[in-house]
Write a new protein. Sequence first.
Lengths: 331, 231
Amino acid sequence: MLELRGVRHRYDGRLVLDLEHFAVPAGAMLAVVGHNGAGKSTLLRLLALLEAPTEGSVVWDGRPVRRASTALRRRVTLVEQRPVLLRGTVLENIGFGLQVRGVSRADAYKRTAEVAEQLGLLSLLERRRTELSDGEVQRVAVARALAIRPDVLLLDEPASSADRAASGALYRALAAERGKRSMAVCIASHQLEDAYRWADDIRALADGRLSPVTPENLFRVELTAAGTDTMSARVGSIDILVTTDRAGSAVLAVPPGDIFVSREPLSSSARNVLKGSVTRVATHRGGGVAVTADVGVELIAVVTADACRELALAPGAPVVFSFKASAVQVF
Amino acid sequence: MEFLREGFRRAVALLLSGDAEVFGIALLTLKIAVVATVIACGVGLPLGYFLATRRFWGRRAALTAVNTALAFPTVVVGLLLFGLLSRRGPLGELGWLYTWQAIVAGDVLLALPIAAALSAAAVQGVDARVRRTAQTLGAGRWLTAWTVAREARFALAAVITAAFGQVVAEIGAAMMLGGNHRGSTPTPPTAVAPYTPQGDFGLAIALGLVLIAIALLVNVTLQVLQGKGGA
């Protein structure tokens, strides 16, 4: 439905996005994960037709978009990471998109009340932006976007200011809306856990490029020489050894399946042996169990359910993560 | 001091008696000021919005030109228009010289840069997310501009006030284009100038008070129009 083809986008000559192909299929539930500055917000602005790419094209239903018409832009909407509410009440804000589409006042009110109820905003309808918390502003912005029933809904960190209950209400509202009609949703998030919970497809973005590996354990680092064939990268409070001939700025990925998990340090060829404690244990989307541990930085390893049981991996349990320098991917 | 006291006494008497000459000049001033401000802001505000929100080749140069025009000496504008509107000038056939239309033309040229430059600054001061939000919610070009303008309403009201102030207080171009002799097209600034050396302090002070009253009226009106300033 909505695609970016051969897109290279620059700000003041600096390349911030470099995507050969990125597609949001109709009705898809897509997550884009990546660290701050990875290019997620820029990607969403291009998809929302709010900016034109410096190079390449935005393609809608197979046709390149040469000029973003109002009619086309009305089919896609973006909720920014720190959304702003327009002048007026919450009611007026949620109804803004309906008003510009010429929806009758009665129908607009009905629709506004419907989405406000889904997102727990009914009691806030007469409030103004100065009377709302950051989390409430985010929910109003999502309600405002849902109200117009877009074909593609783009959300940039929509739950970053929300508590667990509000975040739950938000994802339930999205699910309810998608239950009624086809709507593609693309959420940019740095919270992998959330992405795994609801997304059909997860793409990782690092330094403006799609990551060729899974989105877990991605870090932007500075590589410095550590030996004849190894480089060292400082991540959080630990140093990770990497086999690479690259130096300087890079993105580093530790594939979760390449991490050995044990209760005690293993005698092995692994150059990276990190002690810590388990913080989360959850079912992994691709099969197995995802074990998250704080080893000086948060890393995710994937083990089998049997291994998890035998090692008694549970939050708080001591754990050792080991992986070879050659297993670490650098790009 | 006596002549000043006498001048004020006569000014008050003229105003209270509804002197036809004073109120005729006042009404003409109001007409010129309103027409010139409407034209200058009608062109200048959209131009300011365009300069603030569009990225195009030469934008920086255009902004510099508009900002430079802020400092144009009024007599230079008057001279330029005088040349254009004089009988031998290219616009001489209009027959506007020494009429209120000529003063309006001069005032528009002087107020337009104020409206454009200050409104560009006002729009640039609005959070860029406001414009993006309006666009992504489906607003067209005009509704997006209106949404941004609502956010900048205080600054834009100040722009209109400044443009109006320029028009009401302007004298250089008005004297050249409207004339500064009795019987020509007088406005309070242009009338005060010739009446004062003639010793007609009462009339001059009365017109001065009219100027202040007009400025006060416009400011109060704009403040009322801005509403209570809710978020």
